[in-house]
Design a protein. Structure first.
Length: 370
């Protein structure tokens, strides 16, 4: 397998449209890295530059220590799995998987061995004589993955491979691709807009927005130490709540005043917030870090009205409103709630985040890549 390095990679289309801007990313040998971000953020364009399907406008791309900028796709020893499977409809599953090897004039016995082995790994041995139209979406995706496996590539590239599948099958295929990574011990780069896929599959996540890399790190590191408001809101489901608060000093202590309630920052948070006295900032708190209380508490009491209730079985999501703002709380289904009811929540302040309202950068910490 191989290490992949992107050094200052950029992509500019005609009309000075910048799709990717100064991407610096290292994918270690045998690592599973997920590029995640909203539609149009540049993640698929970055993947296609690695594959050689898009020309690199700026920067340098290295695979296994070799400069790849001008190397044709066929000579990069990578394999790509596409969103739409890209199977030949007139060929059987066997022939679809074997086609790339036949083009490279691999020995017939070796082709047979590789295709049978990949089919065994993916549990599609009984499908080898069928054509794509006779397969389900999940089976077609396995065939597309199998076609990549038989190549024995240095790097596997996945471009939103599960987006055409239904929710249940996506969960199953997610687990299968993760298991495949461990079994093949391969270098994999996976593109998705689904942050749940990113959190559950990746050793490392690259969060992108507007063509720029926002933050790189392990899933839990990004979840606990987001560098800005975008990362904080994108990683996690339901997403982090953001409430506009004003930092004021009362009784010698700093408080964050929402208008309907006040919360008290921790001592560490207060040190960083001293520069914001009299200013508005964003207070971020995750739905699971809001604790329901049966009666108002002396401090950090967020009193809000329930506008929507979403019972999900194992948990319940409450959509709450203050006089001017809204947020979501994740609660136990054992508590009985009513729409229109006023409830009390206490935020776990050590898990709370504060963000500059202008730059949207984290105020209380400056996370580094993990």
């Amino acid at each position: 397998m191989a290490k992949v390095e992107l050094k200052g990679i950029g992509k500019v289309y005609d009309g000075n449209v910048r799709a990717v801007d100064n991407a610096n990313i290292i994918v270690e040998d045998r690592e599973f890295v997920v590029f995640v971000g909203p539609s149009g953020c540049g993640k698929s364009t970055t993947l296609r530059m690695i594959a050689g399907l898009e020309d690199i406008t700026e920067g340098e791309l290295y695979i296994d220590g070799e400069l790849m900028n001008d190397v044709p796709p066929k000579d990069r020893n990578i394999a790509m799995v596409f969103q739409n499977y890209a199977l030949y409809p007139h060929m059987t599953v066997y022939d679809n998987m074997a086609f790339g090897l036949k083009i490279r004039k691999v020995d017939k016995a070796e082709i047979e061995r590789r295709v049978r082995e990949a089919a065994r790994i993916l549990d599609i041995e009984k499908l080898l004589d069928r054509k794509p139209k006779a397969l389900s979406g999940g089976q077609r995706q396995r065939v597309a993955v199998g076609r990549a496996i038989v190549r024995n590539p240095k790097v596997f590239l996945f471009d939103e491979p599960l987006s055409n599948l239904d929710a249940k099958l996506r969960v199953q295929m997610r687990a299968e691709i993760s298991d495949l990574h461990h079994r093949l011990n391969a270098t994999m780069i996976y593109v998705t807009h689904d942050q749940v896929e990113a959190m559950t599959m990746g050793d490392k996540i690259v969060v992108m927005k507007d063509g720029k890399v926002q933050q790189i790190g392990s899933p839990l590191y990004l979840y606990n130490h987001p560098i800005n408001k975008f990362v904080a809101g994108f990683i996690g489901s339901p997403p982090m709540n953001f409430l506009t608060v004003k930092i004021v000093e009362k009784g010698g202590k700093l408080v964050a005043d929402e208008g309907s309630f006040e919360v008290t920052p921790t001592d560490e948070q207060a040190k960083a917030l001293k520069a914001y006295i009299g200013k508005e900032v964003y207070f971020g708190i995750r739905p699971e870090d809001l604790t329901f209380t049966t009666s108002p508490v002396a401090s950090n009491n967020m009193q809000m009205k329930i506008s929507v209730i979403e019972p999900l079985g194992a948990e319940t999501h409450l959509f709450l409103t203050t006089k001017t703002q809204s947020c979501v709380a994740r609660c136990s289904p054992d508590n009985k709630y009513s729409i229109g009811e006023t409830v009390n929540f206490t935020p776990l302040m050590e898990k709370g985040k504060f963000f500059d309202k202008d730059t949207e950068l984290s105020i209380c910490e400056t996370p580094t890549t993990e």
